[in-house]
Design a protein. Structure first.
Lengths: 486, 62
């Protein structure tokens, strides 16, 4: 028999999920063509871009995972997470306006326009590896969090959560994704902000926390976290999500280049001010909270899913704790729905329209996008029953993204010349292969991040390849593609 | 070790930035956007209404 507190939490979660479905249905009314479905008609205000980018960033890892890591490792982990936000600021200030000006639908389209068909195809493969992996990881996280926090069976939790995400993403496209992100952003910011103030007052400020925990969690580096490890992880976090499709789409949907700049950079500035110190307060408060300590003892280890929700239960009354727990589940959902939306756009634009039926009508393309959302969502939910190692899946996709994509992406934006197609393709290929060798064959020597290693290889290969190929004429296959969208 | 006064200042900045962003978001949500009246007008018509209007339009143009 559930307790009254549990009933309140279930009630808050149920209300939240119904609200998400309602947003999806309402958003579907605004979908008239593929542009509405994939980039919200390119008419999103900067403050909404800010909210949706921040909400996409604050997934399960940046909320539940980070609080748990600060609980275990102290300040050092909170500081390392700054890499995510600094990356957003740099992307927003210098990259987002350029991307918005190009009127793109997908990241692969950019590679086709700059470096020709082989680079475009490699970009499609890289995007799909990243997005499918990230989507499966978010679905696993959704199931595990719901199972741990609310005691619902893992498979039921995955099926229920996935059904809701797939429903509103399919009917409402990116419009529904953006609106649900804004709702999640408001709830998370209000909840985390209120929790950090309340917990700091409860523990007599930072001086009180320092007195209770000792100096160890306030150190910049520790024995377990020497400077080299901190710097390597910081670089891996910085590169791991740089220019990934969910953020690139946030640049595409803005009303104008200025909106893209301040939407994306604003989210980075806001998160840098807001999140690291808030998760530091929550992680340390969890360290000194007897209720959290008891819950962690009962689970047998510093379980990454239990610290944050237990702290919310200890801090807030049941109904508000229920809303916060629902928002945490929605945080995971919103990162998943962004991946789902990006996959459907890739299938529609990069695969179906470019390779299968170039003359397809807009109505047909819209149907393909909706079908792709539905099918991919169902496949990802199925995969989450088989692969349940969230960290393993995420490490895999992050390791392959930066080495393959970041260097040619930046060259295409800032140092573009017409004769770089061969060098860019070689750079992508070398990054991809070197990560494979470093990770699977050499088994990551010296714990040096495969993403960082592969990125360094790609950065070295590009100028060397350019030196040998810059005088060569592009064959038709390597010729940069022209605008062909109607 | 990080000084506590720095953490306190950072936390004040954190809360201030949250308040500012949420206020701008509220202001944006409450402000009537360009073309809102037009959108309402469009949403007044259901798909069936649109079909009837199309038929009337087609007959008028015969």
């Amino acid at each position: 028999m559930p307790t009254p507190e549990q009933l309140m939490e279930f009630g808050a979660l149920g209300a939240y999920l119904v609200l998400l479905i309602w947003i999806g249905v309402r958003s579907s009314r605004g979908i008239h063509n593929t542009l509405d479905y994939t980039v919200a008609g390119r008419d999103v205000a900067w403050i909404v871009v800010l909210a949706t980018t921040a909400a996409t960033m604050v997934g399960g890892g940046a909320s539940i995972g980070s609080v748990s890591s600060v609980y275990q490792d102290g300040l050092v982990f909170a500081l390392v997470t700054c890499a995510w936000h600094i990356q957003l600021i740099i992307t927003g200030l210098w990259i987002a306006p350029r991307l918005r000006q190009l009127n793109l639908l997908t990241v692969a389209e950019f590679f086709g326009k700059r470096f020709g068909e082989p680079a475009r195809l490699m970009a499609i493969v890289s995007c799909l590896i990243f997005l499918v992996g990230a989507l499966v990881a978010q679905m696993v996280a959704m199931g595990k969090i719901t199972e741990t926090v609310l005691g619902i069976d893992y498979q039921v939790a995955v099926l229920g959560g996935a059904a809701i995400v797939i429903f509103y993403s399919t009917v409402g496209g990116i419009r529904a994704v953006v609106k649900t992100d804004v709702l999640q952003f408001v709830v998370l910011v209000a909840g985390i902000g209120a929790a950090s103030v309340f917990l700091l007052m409860k523990n007599d400020g930072f001086s009180g926390l320092l007195a209770k925990t000792g100096e160890a969690p306030f150190q910049f580096t520790t024995e377990e976290w020497p400077a080299m490890r901190v710097i390597t992880l910081f670089c891996a976090f910085f590169l791991g999500e740089m220019l990934v499709p969910p953020y690139a789409v946030r640049c595409f949907i803005a009303r104008n280049p200025k909106g893209a700049r301040w939407g994306v950079a604003g989210s980075g500035i806001f998160l840098l001010c807001f999140l690291p110190v808030a998760i530091f307060i929550m992680g340390l408060s969890a360290q000194v909270d007897p209720g959290v300590q008891q819950a962690v003892l009962e689970t047998g280890s510093a379980d990454s899913q239990i610290v944050f929700p237990t702290l919310m239960r200890e801090t807030f009354p049941a109904a508000i704790a229920g809303i916060m727990i629902a928002a945490l589940i929605a945080a995971v959902m919103s990162s998943g729905d962004s991946c789902l939306s990006c996959i459907s756009t890739i299938v529609m634009e990069d695969i179906y329209r470019k390779l299968v039926d170039p003359g397809a009508s807009d109505r047909r393309l819209l149907r393909v996008a909706k079908m792709a959302t539905l099918v991919t969502g169902v496949i990802a939910a199925g995969c989450s029953f088989v692969y349940r190692d969230i960290v393993g899946i995420l490490e895999f996709v992050y390791d392959f993204w930066a080495p393959t994509m970041v260097c040619p992406f930046l060259v295409g934006l800032f140092l573009y010349r017409k004769n770089q197609s061969y060098a860019a393709t070689l750079c992508m290929l070398s990054g991809f292969i070197s990560v494979g060798i470093w990770r699977f064959w050499l088994d990551t020597p010296g714990d040096f991040s495969p993403a960082l290693f592969g990125f360094l290889v790609s950065v070295i290969v590009f100028p060397v390849a350019l030196l040998f190929t810059h005088g060569m004429e592009n064959t038709p296959l390597f010729e940069p593609q022209q605008e062909d969208r109607r | 070790m990080i000084p506590t006064w720095l953490l306190t200042s950072w936390h004040v900045l954190s809360i201030a930035s949250a308040v500012v962003v949420l206020m701008i978001l509220c202001w944006h949500a409450l402000r009537p956007g360009p073309g809102d009246d037009l959108q309402e007008e469009i949403e007044m018509f259901t798909d069936e209404d649109e079909e009837i209007l199309d038929r009337i339009w087609a007959e008028a143009n015969k």
